[in-house]
Design a protein around this ligand. Sequence first.
Ligand SMILES: [Zn+2]
Ligand SMILES: [Zn+2]
Length: 161
Amino acid sequence: MDTVKQIATLEADILNRLRHWKRYSTIDVPGTSTGNSDKETMEWKACDAMKKELAMSRARETNRDFETTIMEVQWEVAIELGRILAETIDPAIAGTEDVTIEEEDGEACGICLEDLKKGEVVRAMGVCGHKFHCHCIMKWVKRKQNCPLCRCALKPKKYVF
Ligand SMILES: [Zn+2]
Ligand SMILES: [Zn+2]
């Protein structure tokens, strides 16, 4: 894999983790609402360092100045990143939506069958409205692109990143 692709792949991975942080992280950091994204910050900095390194070697090889090659590298990574993210839009995000449980009415997660609690934010299927815990439906849609209860298709809507 060339370096541009490699950097873009790392960045896409970091962005995906951050985007799903609160909902899908299994790690709970007490006292914080956003979780601990130190790891992601470190990795993002590492990506920046890789870009600089690539730009420096390009500058040396082609006898251009760093200002020009760093712009070029950043641009190429951005294009590649866009391409990767477009392809990796998570179907669980695209085909389901956040729903806050207003009232406990004995409705259960269709996968683990645990009751959905008041105030809990769950994911509802865009088409049929069946509700599931985020982590439950995430696991499911990785394997099947339909509703576990009624089998209607998971229809991705356009996701704006
Ligand atoms: Zn569940
Ligand atoms: Zn359904």
